[in-house]
Design a protein around this ligand. Structure first.
Ligand SMILES: *[C@@H]1O[C@H](CO)[C@@H](O)[C@H](O)[C@H]1NC(C)=O
Ligand SMILES: *[C@@H]1O[C@H](CO)[C@@H](O)[C@H](O)[C@H]1NC(C)=O
Length: 172
């Protein structure tokens, strides 16, 4: 009995330490569908150029082509290919009277509140401790690829067929 309990505890500790991602450690971001359209399951996050130094987060199926990111304490920073001298951070964008809102990757270390709440949960899941954040959503959207959104407080989201609620998993 005691031996079994020891083995179980040791395995649990091993699993956690094997998966845990640390501050500043680089990873790629994989979508794990928890509700809705399964076609987004397992896709990898990349950056979609939208302007001078700005990008949207979208998802595609090639891990090698995915962009690397890391958490710098509560900032979600991206390694934006070709412009490595400049920091790029993920920011939520509040959408008035909406159930979910977009995000933007832009130069800097993340704006107050909207770019300073990202933390690891259960070792390698990325969540946002910002009080208005309720989860992640992926939808086929205006770039005609799956795009990342965040669910806003107060919303009762009915997951429409072109979307899925997801977890974001950091894979090293
Ligand atoms: C995946 O992306 C890499 C890097 O961009 C590229 O070299 C490779 O051909 C891609 N693989 C597929 C199957 O498209
Ligand atoms: C982490 O963020 C701080 C500012 O909050 C910045 O000074 C530092 O250079 C960042 N580290 C990296 C590796 O980007």
């Amino acid at each position: 009995m005691r031996f079994t309990a020891f083995i179980t505890a040791a395995l649990a500790a091993f699993t956690m330490s094997a998966e845990a991602v640390r501050n500043l450690q680089k990873f790629k971001v994989q979508a794990k569908v928890i509700e809705g359209n399964r076609k987004f399951d397992g896709l990898w996050a990349s950056l979609y150029h939208t302007g001078a130094g700005t990008a949207d987060v979208y998802f595609q199926n090639n891990r090698t082509a995915a962009f690397s990111a890391f958490l710098n304490h509560t900032q979600f920073q991206w390694v934006y290919n070709g412009v490595s001298q400049i920091p790029f951070a993920l920011n939520l964008q509040y959408q008035t009277y909406a159930s979910w809102g977009p995000l933007e990757v832009s130069p800097g270390y993340g704006s107050d509140y909207y770019g300073k709440g990202f933390v690891f949960k259960n070792g390698n899941q990325i969540v946002d401790k910002f009080a208005e954040w309720r989860g992640w959503l992926v939808c086929d959207w205006w770039h005609q690829v799956p795009e990342l959104f965040w669910i806003q407080i107060g919303a009762q989201v009915e997951v429409i067929p072109s979307c899925a609620k997801v977890e974001l998993i950091a894979r090293t």
